[in-house]
Design a protein around this ligand. Structure first.
Ligand code: PHE
Length: 466
């Protein structure tokens, strides 16, 4: 894009408007939508989870998402793409970069376990192709298959050494790094432009298939989601989990959107793009993730769904459903292949902010920063793989990083936007190039309601858990 005088033009830019929306949507739509959301809902009150969930979406998720798009582009136009740079330029003091450590650490640590689950998906897709996963109507067989795939119980480690899973982890890793190496427009954007439409088609096929199963089963399954356990609403953990899920799912709160939007130009509409990307995410989460995984899980596992690990739910229940439908092998493949695509477009967005940090902060060339990042990520993943003694360890890691830390960083960002950048400035910046307006009360939400709301949940949670 042509720069006005004195304006910095970054060496990397998104190729098109639809491209950047798909890239952000790709980051948002991921395992969080199809596996984490149903898992969280099942563990936190079933249908009752939806109330705090939607409140968090409207009060926290979308407003913070706009704040991130705005701050990211603001800093990007001044030549900063990674969280330390963005925080210092928005706060106008280099000291602010210390606040941004989390914004680098969170995506990196999430990457370390996320990639493993991404590889499970690839491995399941493969097992459908080869027919290994057509085990008939026997829920125990699928539990055993899952334990076997991930290596649980084999030798006390989650992922048994030498299991074929390592091959899938290897393929997943390499694919991620090739795409990252190709750059924002040439790798991430190109891939998302193909992957997202493909995901929509696959997911809709599976949805239609699941909802046209014998109706008594479908109704019982859906009933679980819409029959709330209201007691759960009294537990602050439900509220913490709901807001954590919103942040995790929208990729809001931890430096991902800040980084992606820093490759935008002045003419880009951050308001509409942010809203579009978030809406796409909710469609995938509530309409597809919620209507496929959760009812299916309930149909076959009954109330015991709440005892499954967050990410494990989808691997135990859905294969039962596929086994009992015509052409189940084909639908099973579609589903897990779709999950794999969804996961890659997300894991790319966990790497890019860190890559940008190496490039900006240490002046490394792309191949050097990709290599350094690859070594760090690989080492981290191996720690996750070999030191998690049981599946619940992943849940614990996911709870502390994917819920609590994200929550803290989201709070920091809200304060930076509302109090340091200031909502007047923020509001002006957000509307540069915008076609629609953000209602003014959203700014007030960001300044007053978001920090208080987050603070209150956090204090209640700490108080009740210590
Ligand atoms: N939003 C992604 C999902 O729903 C997860 C994610 C986490 C993406 C961290 C980027 C960074 O699966």
């Amino acid at each position: 894009s042509p720069a006005t005088e004195g304006e910095y033009v970054s060496k990397e830019q998104w190729g098109s408007r639809i491209g950047v929306i798909l890239a952000v949507a790709g980051s948002a739509v991921g395992l969080g939508n199809f596996l984490r959301f149903p898992g969280q809902a099942a563990q936190n009150g079933g249908g009752a989870f939806l109330l705090p969930y939607f409140i968090s979406l409207l009060v926290l998720g979308i407003p913070l998402c706009w704040a991130e798009w705005t701050m990211g582009r603001f800093a990007g136009l001044r030549g900063f793409h990674s969280a330390p740079g963005v925080f210092s330029v928005v706060c106008r003091t280099p000291k602010a970069r210390y606040l941004s450590v989390f914004a680098l650490l969170i995506p990196l640590v999430i990457y370390m376990y996320y990639i493993v689950i991404e590889a499970w998906c690839l491995s399941y897709a493969w097992s459908y192709l080869t027919g290994d996963l057509m085990l008939g109507a026997d829920p125990d067989a699928y539990n055993a298959f899952f334990d076997n795939t991930v290596g649980a119980k084999a030798d006390g480690h989650v992922f048994g050494r030498g299991s074929s899973l390592l091959i899938f982890i290897g393929i997943t890793f390499i694919l991620n790094f090739i795409l990252i190496y190709r750059g924002v427009a040439g790798g991430i954007e190109k891939f998302c432009k193909i992957a997202i439409p493909l995901m929509v088609v696959c997911a809709l096929c599976v949805l239609v298939r699941v909802l046209t199963l014998p109706s008594d089963k479908v109704v019982a399954g859906l009933g679980f989601m819409w029959n709330p356990q209201p007691e759960a609403l009294l537990n602050p953990k439900t509220w913490l989990a709901a807001s954590g899920q919103i942040f995790f799912s929208l990729s809001v709160g931890f430096g991902v959107i800040i980084n992606y939007s820093s490759y935008l130009s002045k003419k880009d509409d951050v308001v509409l793009s942010g809203l579009t990307a978030s809406s796409m995410n909710e469609f995938f989460e509530v309409c597809l993730g919620g209507l496929i995984t959760l009812p299916a899980a309930f149909m076959f596992l009954g109330v015991s769904v709440a005892t499954f690990s967050t990410f494990g739910l989808g691997f135990n229940a859905l294969p039962n459903v596929f086994a009992q439908m015509p052409a189940g092998q084909f639908f099973g493949f579609l589903w897990f292949f779709m999950l794999f695509l969804a996961a890659i477009t997300s894991s790319l967005s966990m790497l890019q902010p860190v890559l940008a940090f190496f490039e900006d902060g240490f002046n490394l060339e792309r191949h050097a920063s990709t290599a350094v990042l690859g070594i760090i990520a690989l080492t981290g993943s191996f720690f996750v793989i070999y030191f998690s003694k049981e599946l619940k360890a992943l849940d614990t890691l996911d709870f502390w990083v994917g819920t609590v830390l994200i929550f803290v960083l989201a709070m920091i960002q809200a304060v930076i936007y509302g109090w340091v950048l200031g909502i007047d400035r923020g509001e002006r910046e957000a509307h540069v190039g915008a076609h629609i307006r953000i209602p003014h009360f959203v700014q007030l939400l960001l300044k007053y309601v978001v920090p208080v709301y987050l603070g209150a949940i956090f204090i209640a949670f700490c108080y009740l858990n210590v």
